[in-house]
Design a binder for this molecule. Sequence first.
Ligand code: PLP
Length: 428
Amino acid sequence: MNRLKSKEIYDKACQVIPGGVNSPVRSFRHLKMPPMIVESGKGARIRDVDGNSYIDFCCSWGALILGHAHDGVIDGVYQQMQKGTSFGIATEIELKIANKIVSLIPSIEKIRFVSSGTEAGMTAMRLARGVTERPKIVKFTGHYHGHSDSLLIQAGSGVAKLNPMATSKGVNQNIIADTICLPFNDFEAVRALFRSEEASKIAAVILEPVTGNMGVVLPEPGYLEMLREETAKNGSLLIFDEVITGFRLGLQGAQGLYKIDPDLTCLGKVIGGGFPVAAVGGKAKFLDFLAPLGAVYQAGTLSGNPVAMRAGLETLAIIEKKGFFEDLKRRTDAMTEPLKKSLANKNACLQQAGSMFNIFFGLKKVRSKEDLKQLDEEMFIRFFQFLFEKGVYISPSSHEAWFMTSAHSDAEIETAVNWMIQFIEKYV
Ligand SMILES: Cc1ncc(COP(=O)(O)O)c(C=O)c1O
């Protein structure tokens, strides 16, 4: 595989962009290889600047549920662009997509659009603090809610460690002192916290109800119900970060699947149809704390941008059609079922929720970030490199879900599965 032009562009980019990329994982440094420089995408395939073609199972980190450059989305966006691209003034299309989401997700009575999942998480957290007038936020190790200071917290297990380390330099201790980090799927850790004297200070619990950011990890039976019960009893808000799972695990996301009614929901990725859109939605009595009605400030020049809204609206109109998610699941199972079989006697496992899935090497089951200490990172790197050479692109991180789209054909799925099985049988 010739990747000379990619290498050349990357080297030049390193002169003017830190690490050559605008989001760290794109650099492939952890994969010990020069990154892909993509030229174009259509359907399930992307093409790099050297002309190599890849079947893409990352698809903009789950944002592109219809695949790349979907004709319907592109047509809508093109029409919208003719009318102007940004006004910083309210438009009717914002009402249309707000109505659509409110009609689809029962827990969302009102919604505020922003431009990134980071903003959505940050806004939800600020809102929860404003509503409850309490300082503390509870999150779970391995769950990612964007890179705002308070939510950028590393592992810190159990109630004993109430002052965890920040993940990044530059995040002040006094800011993260108000974030409590617990291990996911640990019932007792949550109950102990809500019995402690910290309880009266807890504004909210935020979580990925099904995680994507430590690979696909499902909540244990009863876990989400327990969180709902404990937060409600304590007067704390329950925030579901469905930036990945929203409109991916079905039209009601993870909350529909598990029948939980969160107070606030963060959305992103799919609702932008490949454009920078995210949102915070929830009960009207909470959303009305946002300015201009309330005293919790939030704003954005490009929030609710009409072109981005149109891409989201076109996407929702397609995935809303009967049978969309059943078909997506069928495609995903065509991939995961043979993979699960080939992994049965290996020291690895595949975890899946709907159309998101991934293989964990070195582990037979993953329930929390703490389990990932045994993850075989080297095996993942070899697997990634092997697939890349064969023209199959999975999410370039051992800690991330892979995504199916409605654009992946049976033949593309079969090709990818065959390469994966070949690797598993030979090396795992
Ligand atoms: C669950 C979750 N929340 C928040 C974010 C942050 O979104 P963004 O990258 O748009 O800031 C992500 C990004 O992957 C995410 O997966």
